[in-house]
Design a protein around this ligand. Structure first.
Ligand code: GPP
Ligand code: MG
Length: 291
């Protein structure tokens, strides 16, 4: 006969969940030309999409090599416009301010913020390979004293409390629980600090997540949240929205052009276009103050 123990022992937990390990594996292995070929142009490596009107005349370029190069450059310009849009909403920051980039990927967003404001930045990514790549890029630019990347979990960064004037997630919230994420941003931001998120979310007024949203989740191993969850989790974590912008319309030209870039497509292009057009999915920016 077995008897129940008189105490419950602490469960032995891995430092990283199975899910987190799979996400890290994805990003450690990821070498999509749509990210690397665009980044090579000016050493700004982004892991987000683009916004704004596209110059579709690049598709009419008769020389095939030049056509590919022009399409690549145009997509990069649109991604850079998205990074600039996020950076516009972080300020005003000065050289003495620190900013936190949650889910920094290969580091482009932190460089954009540093070049704009002169601020110091700390980026975290769950991928050791991305953090090493981003630090090497910062060293190459000679800004590694001010722009740092860490191989850490964005929910538990170990960075100092109240030390940051601004923080952001650029298309990285779909990998984590929003309550835990916003608690960490609220801890890191000083009172009056600014938080910005650009994200894809599913549209509550449409209903539950659509088939397209599920396909996007499977493609990136992520878990897209409903729009409502952002506002609920912010309200519970001292983050008060000051500006909300639906960027869905502005995101369409990027995907229409990317779809026609045979040398860069990953296969997810039509799914994004369908999801945006059928109303089940939105590309949203929320700007909030830490109160
Ligand atoms: C962009 O990264 C995409 C994500 C980080 C995850 C999903 C985002 C949503 C808005 C749902 P990327 O630039 O590495 O993607 P890709 O390789 O497709 O360009
Ligand atoms: Mg990309």
């Amino acid at each position: 006969m077995t008897t129940a123990p008189h105490f419950t022992s602490a469960a032995s937990l891995p430092t990283q969940s199975t899910y987190q390990s799979r996400v890290a594996e994805y990003w450690n292995a990821e070498e999509n030309p749509v990210n690397l070929e665009l980044g090579k142009i000016d050493d700004l490596y982004h892991h987000h999409y683009g916004i704004g009107p596209a110059d579709n005349s690049v598709l009419d370029e008769p020389d095939p090599t030049r056509r590919n190069d022009r399409i690549t450059a145009e997509l990069h310009r649109l991604e850079h416009a998205q990074a600039n849009c996020l950076a516009d909403h972080l300020g005003p920051l000065t050289a003495t301010d620190r900013a936190f980039d949650a889910g920094c990927g290969r580091g482009g967003g932190s460089v954009v913020a540093h070049l704009r404001y002169g601020c110091q930045t700390d980026g975290v990514t769950i991928s050791a390979k991305q953090a090493d790549f981003a630090n090497a890029q910062a060293a190459k630019r000679g800004i590694d004293g001010q722009v740092r990347y860490h191989h850490r979990n964005m929910l538990d960064t170990g960075l100092p409390t109240g030390a940051f004037g601004a923080s952001w997630n650029n298309e990285s919230t779909m990998y984590v629980e929003l309550e835990l994420l916003f608690a960490e941003h609220a801890r890191l931001l000083r009172r009056g600090g600014r938080y910005v998120v650009i994200t894809g979310c599913y549209n509550d007024s449409y209903g539950r997540a659509s088939r397209e949203v599920s396909l996007i989740n499977a493609h990136y191993i992520c878990d897209i949240h409903p729009r409502s969850e952002y506002f609920r989790a912010m309200a519970r974590n001292r983050l008060v929205p000051v500006h909300v912008e639906d960027l869905t319309e502005a995101a369409l030209p990027y995907w229409e052009l990317r779809k026609q870039a045979d040398h860069l497509v990953t296969g997810i292009e039509d799914t994004f276009l369908t999801a945006y057009k059928n109303g089940s999915f939105q590309y949203l920016m929320i700007v909030a103050d830490r109160v």
